[in-house]
Design a protein around this ligand. Structure first.
Ligand code: 0GZ
Length: 306
């Protein structure tokens, strides 16, 4: 099998992250993380826009235990396209402690859809970030939405803030719960009460089916400080945005590490310090429990709550 070279300048995930000072609440879910390959078993998709370092299920589960999470939600990474085999393999190895978000095409058969559901997939991802994917036409996405809705799945959307006005009608027409990746990627140099983030807040305010991941400060930050070298209050420029959403929509927010942090150019965070970041955006025990336990369990393991 041909071995693809890792994209130039690719930053590998942080080795030996520190132990978080923040004790995660019992049953905490890392609701956004990925597995990459390993490519000799699960080759990357021909249409991918980057080739990462492998980041295996074993590495992911070891990180989960080290940081003190109980469960993972593994999101299909764009480098695997709509080939969900690495995701399914990880889900099947997780003893029920992982759920998945897949990427699918409309030509998927009902049998394949049900196999994904059985493996633990509970959602599909629609990606509108130009540097990551060639978009699928919206009418195709609409049809995918109609196929997955009867399974009780939800839709994860990834887009950048300047594209929200154009995508608004599409997003608000979706028939399922909708989860926005990384707060819709606000420009954090703009005010938290400015027009750009106001629009995002309005999206959530007017559409009770729309949730947000308050993840990826390491991606959104401009002035840091970075989660490195023991920094206890990292990414202060992102805090007001995430904290606003956590306090205003406490029952519709999720947090994930985004490990292994694809496409970071500037630095690779120490994941232990990234966990400490959570106390800045969810300052009370009650908010922490909703963000890290109650909300992800309701969305991904509802059967355990009956
Ligand atoms: O911003 C990114 O580069 C990025 C990429 C991917 C992916 O390639 O799936 O997922 C993410 O959550 C974020």
């Amino acid at each position: 099998m041909e071995h693809a070279e890792v994209t130039k300048g690719w930053l590998p995930f942080y080795e030996n992250p520190s132990k978080p000072r923040f004790n995660l609440p019992f049953g905490a879910v890392d609701a956004h993380c990925h597995v990459f390959g390993p490519q000799n078993k699960f080759p990357y998709a021909p249409e991918r826009k980057y080739t990462p370092c492998d980041a295996s299920k074993e590495d992911l589960f070891a990180l989960r235990d080290h940081l003190g999470f109980s469960r993972n939600v593994i999101v299909q990474a764009t480098c695997h396209g709509s080939d969900n085999r690495a995701l399914v393999d990880a889900l099947q190895s997780a003893n029920g402690l992982a759920r998945g978000v897949a990427t699918i095409r409309l030509d998927i058969s009902d049998e394949e859809l049900h196999a994904l559901d059985k493996a633990g997939v509970r959602g599909v991802r629609f990606n509108f970030v130009k540097r990551l994917v060639d978009f699928l036409p919206k009418d195709e996405l609409q049809k995918i939405a109609e196929r997955i809705a009867p399974l009780g799945w939800h839709i994860v959307i990834y887009f950048e803030a300047p594209d929200l006005p154009d995508l608004w009608d599409f997003f608000t027409s979706l028939p399922t719960t909708v989860v926005v990746d990384h707060m819709g990627r606000p420009d954090v140099s703009k005010p938290v009460n400015g027009a750009e983030f106001d629009l995002f807040v309005r999206l959530m305010e007017e559409n009770p089916n729309i949730w947000s991941k308050v993840s990826c400060p390491e991606r959104l930050t401009i002035t840091g400080p970075k989660a490195l070298n023991g920094e206890e209050k990292p990414y202060q420029d992102v805090v007001p945005f995430a904290r606003y959403l956590v306090e205003r929509f406490p029952d519709r927010v999720l947090f994930g590490t985004d490990w292994p942090h694809p496409n970071l150019k500037d630095h690779m965070p120490d994941d232990g310090l990234l966990v400490n970041y959570i106390t800045q955006i969810a300052p009370t025990i009650e908010l922490q429990k909703k963000l890290l336990v109650d909300n992800p369990m309701r969305l991904y393991w509802p059967e355990t709550l009956k």
